[in-house]
Design a protein around this ligand. Structure first.
Ligand SMILES: [Zn+2]
Length: 435
């Protein structure tokens, strides 16, 4: 379980990857051809991994004296809890090569943070180091030939992204468009998409975080837009269309994440929906047993339990008098009971095949005030405030830049703009009055 490697080599690779280009200067001196230099490594390292049930102290037994261990653990505790370490945690012991004197210990507490412990005159000091990432923006455009899933995951522009990250990208698109388009039911062959996606990338190429900056989806000839706007720069922003209206609606179009709905890999011959709304006054979504089911809107639980052929069912009454029904559940979410208040996107239960279901699927129904079923796609109730008047000009400038990213994608053409009124009333008066 002991690997030996040279820490200085790993560091050199990491530094190169950060981007030498940014260090380049215009008039670099001509130094001719350099011979490679074989410098003695600054440190020898020994990488250990924490075994199940093993403590940090136990792992360090033998490497440091008992007194030093106490000092080291005290220093570690200033940054992280030694009790909360998972088996497999990587611990790097760093030695001075001349005499194999332990000079430091690095504990990778998660993928993005390391606690670095340094020996200093017999005492141990600690600091928390955040693994460096670089930020880039990915631009992609495509046309749907079968399903959205295939069109995005198979896009050559995204080939450098690990598959897991491309899956997460689909979730981002779904989260942004979940009020406008049901990706599993409404996407048609010939629909097009384009987006600008900003991500933080670790040096192994995996994504730490990502955010759609702007996206366009043309569905059946109708363009939909989502542009990120974060006026306070605190990550608490939201998405708006090009006119500054919130993309949010009172109801999600579907109670399952698109990625969890079965049938996305197949050709258009196989539709993910077992039956259409017209056929039986509800929508069936095929999904694996245990898939999380979201409440499509805020409301109060008015039924939770078996209900004839529906099997285990949850019903929620919403403030506008509509009721949503979720049926054939394998089980209910703990804490979801009769009278429980739920918010949009809260998990209420899990997909199953109870009642008269022949396979795992969710039967979803929406009932109007008159108790009659209605097509969820026919409901379009705005929710979420538009860009506030005070932020309007900042918004317009941010939106224009983010939409320009979409237009910069080769071959994607201009977006279909709408007239935007950006002039606040006050400034119009100022101009007219002329002081
Ligand atoms: Zn059904």
């Amino acid at each position: 379980m002991i690997r030996r490697r040279t820490f200085s080599n790993a560091l050199a690779v990491a530094l190169c990857a950060i981007g030498v280009a940014s260090c380049a200067v215009d008039d670099a001196p001509d130094v001719g051809i350099l011979d490679p230099v074989f410098a003695k490594p600054a440190e020898d390292v020994r990488v250990l991994s924490l075994r199940r049930g093993e403590t940090l102290g136990q792992l360090l037994d033998g490497a440091v004296s008992y007194n030093e261990q106490v000092s080291l653990l005290l220093a570690f505790r200033e940054q992280a809890s030694p009790r909360r370490m998972r088996p497999g945690t990587e611990i790097t012991l760093r030695y001075r090569p001349e005499d194999e004197w332990l000079r430091g210990v690095d504990v990778a507490i998660n993928r993005d943070e390391t606690v670095r412990l340094t020996r200093d005159d017999g005492a141990w000091l600690s600091e928390r180091i955040v693994t460096p990432v670089y930020v880039d923006t990915i631009l992609a455009t495509g046309e749907i030939k079968t399903v959205l899933w295939t069109a995005v995951v198979g896009n050559p522009a995204l080939a450098s992204m690990p598959v897991g990250d491309r899956n997460r990208l689909i979730d981002h698109l779904d989260n942004v468009f979940q009020w406008q388009i049901d990706f599993s039911r409404q996407i048609r062959v010939g629909d097009t998409y384009r987006f600008a996606f900003e991500r933080e990338v670790r040096h192994d190429g995996s994504m730490r975080a990502g955010r759609l900056l702007s996206a366009e989806l043309v569905n059946g000839g109708t363009p939909y837009y989502a542009v990120w706007f974060d006026p306070n720069g605190d990550g608490q922003g939201s998405y708006f269309d090009m006119e500054g209206n919130s993309v949010r609606r009172a109801f999600l179009l579907k109670p399952l994440a698109y990625r969890r709905i079965s049938g996305r890999f197949s050709s258009s011959r196989f539709h993910p929906i077992l039956k259409t709304w017209r056929a039986h006054r509800g929508v069936d979504y095929a999904a694996d047993a245990g898939t999380e089911i979201m409440a499509t809107s805020d409301g109060v639980v008015i039924h939770r339990g078996p209900k004839g052929s529906f099997g285990n069912a949850v019903e929620i009454r919403h403030p506008n008098g509509f009721v949503t029904r979720y049926a054939h559940l394998s089980r209910f979410r703990t804490g979801v009971n009769l009278g429980t208040r739920v918010h949009q996107s809260d998990i209420v239960g899990y997909v199953g095949m109870t009642g008269s279901a022949t396979g795992n699927h969710l039967h979803y129904e929406m009932l109007g005030r008159n108790g009659k079923q209605m097509d969820p796609l026919s409901v379009d109730l705005p929710a979420g405030d538009p860009v506030p008047a005070d932020d309007r000009q900042v918004w317009y400038s941010a939106m224009t830049k983010r939409v320009a990213l979409l237009e910069s994608i080769p071959g994607s053409g201009p977006v279909r703009t709408v007239a935007v009124d950006t002039e606040p009333k006050e400034s119009a008066q100022d101009r007219g009055g002329g002081s």
